[in-house]
Design a binder for this molecule. Structure first.
Ligand code: F6P
Length: 347
């Protein structure tokens, strides 16, 4: 009897609500319709390189829809970083584990590895993942809606305490290169200023908005800032010297800087809150569960059609496949028209 087709699944980069729903979608459709078997590699590409693998079947992947994080674990390991030929190392692991094709779920870095492997002839179909929603080639990524909801809930809560104390509250949200979370949560939460990486800000202008508000009789304000936001005069985003295997520095610190500067310039008492990983943790929203499920099903169908070097993507209301290169060429930056709409409500 010929051996059944076996697919390897892995999750790389930062975790994201909806990862488990993707895994469940791949396995459910793959077993029921295509008759495939599945291996889950633990901790991203690290599990591939170290044969750290588990069997995934319908039983093992049931009950995952509401579960945050990833049952496979994740890492930022890059198979092309160390010594040796990354493709050969991955191919050898696939042979040892009897894996015929890979479905990596991840951001630019994981997808970059996927594209390189596909170019070398390894069958790979990617699934884009980021709460930041900045992967090009797809309209939305799962996890983004959850992050926006968490940030909006936080802004709603901060509103009442800001109002009670006559304070300015600065809320730092995730968003390394793009201000999607800040713009959406800021609009939904009625922020008085939204600062995003795409549009270096003028702090005097921000303070003018806050003063104008206070002159109109409002005694508090909310400022939402992406972690990657920076003022016009130079790059003041604080960076940690540490870099990961893909060369990314750790961001953070803009809210602390704004807290001091806003209070100093306006005299209004100011406090900052960094939402951080709370935006990535916990159960996905219904929207993200559905999108993640559709991505998982579409990815395993693409493998069945013999596609490789592609990733699943949402275009309008359709889930299709696009060349992974589309995702790698540029980050998907905030639509300036969305920011213009948000700006109407500043001050
Ligand atoms: O890319 C997703 C993201 O959440 C960014 O917004 C953030 O800069 C980064 O990951 C944080 O990564 P880590 O969890 O490794 O600190």
């Amino acid at each position: 009897m010929p051996r059944m087709t076996r697919i390897g699944i892995l999750t790389g980069g930062g975790d994201c609500p909806g990862l488990n729903a993707v895994i469940r979608g791949i396995v459910r459709k793959g077993v029921k319709v295509h008759g495939y078997e599945f291996t889950g590699f633990r901790y991203g590409w690290a599990g591939v390189l170290e044969d750290n693998a588990i069997e995934l079947d319908i039983e093992r992947t049931s009950g995952l829809l509401p579960r945050g994080g990833t049952i496979l674990g994740t890492s930022r390991t890059n198979p092309y970083k160390g010594e040796g030929d990354g493709t050969a190392l991955v191919r050898a692991s696939m042979e040892r584990n009897g894996v015929d094709a890979l479905i990596p779920i991840g951001g630019d870095d994981t997808l970059g590895v996927a594209r390189r492997l596909a170019a070398d002839g390894v069958p790979v179909v990617g699934v884009p993942k980021t709460i930041d929603n900045d992967i090009a080639g797809t309209d939305y990524t799962f996890g983004f809606d959850t992050a926006v909801q968490v940030a909006t809930d936080a802004i709603d809560r901060l509103h009442t305490t800001a109002e009670s104390h006559n304070r300015v509250l600065v809320v730092e949200v995730m968003g390394r290169h793009a201000g999607w979370i800040a713009a959406h949560a800021g609009m939904a939460g009625g922020a008085d200023a939204i600062l995003v990486p795409e549009k270096p800000f003028d702090l005097d202008e921000v303070c003018a908005h806050l003063r104008a508000r206070h002159e109109r009789g409002r005694s508090f304000s909310i400022v939402v800032a992406s972690e990657g936001a920076h003022p016009k005069a130079g790059d003041l985003t604080l960076k940690n010297e540490e870099v990961d295997e893909f060369g990314h520095v750790r961001l953070g610190g803009i809210a602390a800087w704004l807290e001091k500067e806003i209070e100093g310039r306006t005299g209004y008492e100011t406090r900052m809150v960094v939402l951080g990983h709370v935006q990535r943790g916990g159960t996905p929203t219904a929207y993200d569960r559905v999108l993640a499920t559709r991505y998982g099903v579409a990815a395993v169908d693409a493998v069945a059609r013999g596609e490789s070097g592609v990733m699943v993507a949402l275009r309008g209301t359709e889930v299709i496949t696009v060349d992974i290169l589309e995702a790698l060429e540029n980050n998907k930056l905030l639509d300036p028209r969305l920011y213009e709409t948000a700006e109407v409500f500043f001050g």
